[in-house]
Design a protein around this ligand. Structure first.
Ligand SMILES: NC(=O)c1ccc[n+]([C@@H]2O[C@H](COP(=O)([O-])OP(=O)(O)OC[C@H]3O[C@@H](n4cnc5c(N)ncnc54)[C@H](OP(=O)(O)O)[C@@H]3O)[C@@H](O)[C@H]2O)c1
Length: 257
């Protein structure tokens, strides 16, 4: 299937590893020019090298997307590098969950800045470019906890639920301009955040993933490339009648539609 991504320009946040890296590689392999962002320069540059070595076009922009000024610089550098902006993948994030009484105002604020305000600010900055070009795509990465909050799952589940509402409201408002906005609700996917959790718990990584898989009907944890496939699809011409949707990408784990 031709995804019609050749020549499109895509920003992918949190693209130095895990799901964001896989998405950037996939979009570049489909012919999109990608602008990758994360705070740490070293890993980001390595991803850029990998994309270039495979014949892709890429610009690496070190940025902390929880800061408004970095969001502005990221979009400005993307447009400066490639002259347009067609796709925004709001992916940067990390796990933040705890017992309610242990979550301070600072932790709440930081989670909202990283997972909600980054998406809001980047969308606000990207929309005028997409509008001028006659359309665009925004893909917001969230968590199945947004639809199905557990005990001790805050602040993430609250931030992510807000992300789903943001996705839906934005999709309604910008559908007339052919700007399609969707989200992907992720379950458990192999990535850096799990490696850190396994190390912290002193559990061997494969054992940690095997424990997670017990609650997943498909019997395993997902791979970043499987999320990247869904991101590329939603960003593509093949998804031209889908907006305001959220896809559960969780191996069947969640109980909600
Ligand atoms: N993996 C899962 O099971 C899972 C489940 C549910 C939801 N998710 C969501 O999926 C997204 C990707 O997760 P992942 O598992 O691929 O995570 P990961 O492997 O830990 O990668 C996170 C990426 O985000 C970047 N990042 C973190 N904070 C940032 C900031 N303030 N500004 C810019 N970049 C930032 C990191 O780079 P730097 O640290 O260098 O900035 C890194 O590139 C996240 O939003 C996560 O919450 C993942």
């Amino acid at each position: 299937m031709d995804l019609e991504l050749k020549g499109k320009v895509a920003i992918v946040t949190g693209a130095s590893q895990g799901i964001g890296k896989a998405a950037a590689l996939r979009l570049a392999a489909e012919g999109a020019r990608v602008v990758i962002a994360a705070r740490g320069r070293e890993l980001l540059d390595r991803v850029a090298q990998e994309i270039r070595a495979a014949g892709g076009s890429v610009a690496a922009v070190p940025a902390d997307v929880s800061r408004a000024e970095d969001c502005a610089r990221l979009v400005a550098e993307a447009v400066k590098a490639f002259g347009r902006l067609d796709i925004l993948v709001n992916n940067a994030g990390t796990s933040a969950t705890g017992a309610f009484e242990s979550v301070t105002d600072e932790l709440w604020q930081a989670d909202f800045e990283l997972k909600l305000f980054a998406a809001i600010r980047l969308a606000r900055l990207a929309l005028p470019h997409m509008n001028r070009q006659g359309g665009g795509r925004i893909v917001n990465i969230t968590n199945i906890g947004a639809k199905q909050p557990r005990a001790k799952s805050m602040p993430t589940t609250v931030t992510r639920a807000a992300g789903l509402a943001f996705t839906k409201a934005l999709s309604k408002e910008f559908a007339p301009q052919q700007i399609l906005v969707n989200s992907i609700c992720i379950g458990s996917v192999r990535a850096g955040q799990h490696e850190a959790k396994a190390a912290k718990a002193g559990v061997a990584l494969e054992q940690y993933y095997a424990n997670l898989a017990k609650d997943i009907p498909l019997g395993r944890v997902g791979r970043a490339e499987e999320v990247a496939n869904a991101i590329a699809f939603l960003a593509s011409g093949a998804a031209s009648f889908i907006t305001g949707s959220s896809i559960n990408l969780d191996g069947g784990a969640s109980a909600v539609l």
